[in-house]
Design a protein around this ligand. Sequence first.
Ligand SMILES: NC(=O)c1ccc[n+]([C@@H]2O[C@H](COP(=O)([O-])OP(=O)(O)OC[C@H]3O[C@@H](n4cnc5c(N)ncnc54)[C@H](OP(=O)(O)O)[C@@H]3O)[C@@H](O)[C@H]2O)c1
Length: 295
Amino acid sequence: MDKPTILVVGATGQVGSLLGPALLKCGAHVRGMIRTPERAAALPAGVEPVVADLRDPRAVAGALYGVDAVFLNSPSAPDAADLQIQFAERARSVGVPRLVLLSQYAARSDSPVRFLRWHAAVESYVRALGLDEWSVLRPNLYLQGALGFAGLIREQGRFGAPIGTSAVSAVDVRDIADAAAVVLTRPGHHGRTYTLTGPRAVTHAEIAQALSEAVGAEIAFTDVPPEAFAALLRTMMPEWQADGLIEDYAHYARGEAAEVCPDVAELTGRPARDLTDFARDYATAFRPAQPAGRG
Ligand SMILES: NC(=O)c1ccc[n+]([C@@H]2O[C@H](COP(=O)([O-])OP(=O)(O)OC[C@H]3O[C@@H](n4cnc5c(N)ncnc54)[C@H](OP(=O)(O)O)[C@@H]3O)[C@@H](O)[C@H]2O)c1
């Protein structure tokens, strides 16, 4: 490929918004798929906007025109698996040579976690589709997920989740984007499934400790019962999503997501970012606002 054109689905999302710049750095032409023209403002500089909702097959076909590779992220929707499957089918029918699927750590068709069953269904569809080249990325819990607690941490200096003392090999989203950029732009990844984790498994108390040190103020972690966490989540998101997150957390609490894999380092050629890197680089998001009048 000379200057490959790469379509990023979910280009405004957590991984997609970092993947665009990573692909530009690799010399690719990047097309960012957005649902409405207004979302173009959220795209990173240098990424070409293309308006296509996953629910609009004609627009999706247009977005896929002339594309050399596609990054298929999952939308937050109860029919996410169907939408991804329809997208993958369309990519095959227009002859896209390479598809990289964002799945999740421990995706399994018999998982008690609905998101992992959904990801497993898309994975097995993509594997059987007959694309020229496909690869699967299975990231563990995102370290940037802690940003979801940032408001609470800034206001009250604490956060909670139903995970107890179980450790998770949470991964920095910047590493997912860097690894995805390699798989999308370089040969040799056909048929491979990569497990993307951090360099160690960390407990939520260790996350609190790392954030405390980076912010320079005490941040406490409290284990909370799943029912209380679910009640809080249901005030913030639809029920299917809150229930799915509770299942995710039960899986973490069972200690099923502590495995550390070398794939980030092997793909990117450097060690995966540690929790302390995340805490240092994102400290501002967790630091309480200074009262007016103080330096
Ligand atoms: N969070 C974690 O710790 C974690 C860990 C492992 C795997 N994952 C997986 O990552 C995936 C993404 O989750 P996320 O929360 O990080 O979301 P995200 O990628 O930050 O956001 C979803 C993206 O999809 C776009 N989108 C939503 N509906 C769409 C539609 N109908 N058509 C086209 N684009 C659409 C959104 O566009 P707008 O900007 O317009 O909303 C946004 O860019 C999920 O499958 C999740 O299972 C997450």
